[in-house]
Ligand binder design. Structure first.
Ligand SMILES: Nc1ncnc2c1ncn2[C@@H]1O[C@H](COP(=O)(O)OP(=O)(O)OP(=O)(O)O)[C@@H](O)[C@H]1O
Length: 250
C-alpha cells in the first residue's frame, strides 16, 4: 500500500499570524498543489511538515510514524525543496552529496549523478555561484538522491525560465511515476494545470479548500451551467420587458 502523509490539527502562532488547525492527507504517487497568496502560510506549513520547524501544535504522521515522537525517522521519509534551505555554499554539489548523503538511510550517489546530469547541474562549481533556479534544481537532485516517499516544494518554479518550466512538468510526472508524493506550493495556479491531482487552498492561515482537482472542476462547470441558465432567464426577462409575450416561457 502506498504511504500516506497525514497532517493532523497542525497549528502555529506568530505574533501577527496564526496557522489555524490544518488537516489533510497526502498519498504517495500524487501531486497536491498548495495554493495561497503571499503570507497565506504556505512556507510556515511546509517547514512544519518537513520537520524543519518543530514549534507547532498537532502532529504530522508519515507511514504511521509521528513527527512529534520520532522526528529523525520522519525526516528520512520526507524532503524539502525550498529557497531557504542551505547547503555548504562554498562547496560543490558533489562535495555536498558526499558530506550530507551519509546522514540519509536511502541515499543513492548514483541517483544523485543521474539527476544532476538530467538537470544540467555543474557538478564541480561551488554552490554560491549558482543562480536561484540552479539552486532549486540542485535541491531537487538532492531530494531525488535522498529517495523519500514525499517531496515538499516551496514555490519551486519561481527561479525557472519558461523553457525549463515546461520541462519541469515532465520531471514532476516522472517523480510521481516512481511512487513519490509531491506537495508543491505556488501562487501561480497555471503551474498546476494538467498536473495536480489534489488542491489545498490556504487563506490567511486557514485551509479553505481540500479537494481533488476533478471535483473542483465539476463544481466550476456546474456554476458555469448555472450562470448560463441565469443568463437565459435574464434574456427572457429582457424580452418580456420589451413586450414579447411569445417568449414568456423563457
Ligand atoms: N519567523 C516569523 N516570525 C513572525 N512571523 C512570521 C515568521 N515567519 C513567517 N511569519 C508570518 O507568517 C505569515 C505567513 O508567512 P508564510 O511565509 O508562511 O506565507 P507564504 O504563504 O509562504 O507567503 P509567500 O507566498 O509570500 O512565500 C506572514 O504573515 C509572515 O509575516
Amino acid at each position: 500500500m502506498a504511504a500516506v502523509l497525514e497532517c493532523v490539527g497542525v497549528e502555529k502562532q506568530y505574533k501577527d499570524f496564526a496557522l489555524k488547525p490544518v488537516n489533510f492527507v497526502l498519498e504517495a504517487g500524487y501531486l497536491t498543489g498548495l495554493i495561497g497568496i503571499n503570507g497565506a502560510g504556505k512556507t510556515t506549513l511546509l517547514n512544519i511538515l518537513s520537520g524543519l520547524d518543530r514549534k507547532f501544535s498537532g502532529d504530522v504522521i508519515i507511514g504511521g510514524i509521528s513527527l512529534k515522537r520520532n522526528p529523525s525517522a520522519v525526516k528520512q521519509r520526507v524532503s524539502l525543496v525550498s529557497e531557504r534551505i542551505t547547503f555548504f555554499l562554498d562547496k560543490t554539489p558533489l562535495e555536498n552529496g558526499q558530506i550530507l548523503g551519509k546522514y540519509f538511510d536511502n541515499w543513492s550517489m548514483e541517483e544523485f549523478y543521474v539527476w544532476m546530469d538530467r538537470l544540467e547541474i555543474p557538478k564541480g562549481k561551488q554552490i554560491y555561484q549558482f543562480s536561484k533556479g540552479m539552486k532549486m534544481k540542485f535541491q531537487l537532485c538532492f531530494a531525488m538522491a535522498h529517495r523519500t516517499e514525499f517531496i515538499l516544494m516551496d514555490e519551486p518554479t519561481a527561479g525557472f525560465d519558461p523553457v525549463f518550466r515546461r520541462d519541469f512538468l515532465r520531471i514532476l510526472q516522472d517523480i510521481m511515476e516512481k511512487g513519490t508524493g509531491i506537495l508543491m506550493s505556488t501562487h501561480i495556479t497555471g503551474d498546476l494545470d494538467n498536473i495536480a491531482d489534489y488542491i489545498l487552498l490556504l487563506d490567511h492561515g486557514e485551509l479553505k479548500i481540500n479537494d481533488t482537482r476533478e471535483a473542483l472542476e465539476d463544481k466550476v462547470k456546474r456554476e458555469i451551467i448555472q450562470g448560463y441558465m441565469e443568463k437565459r432567464l435574464h434574456i427572457g426577462e429582457l424580452l418580456k420587458r420589451n413586450g414579447d409575450r411569445k417568449n414568456d416561457i423563457l
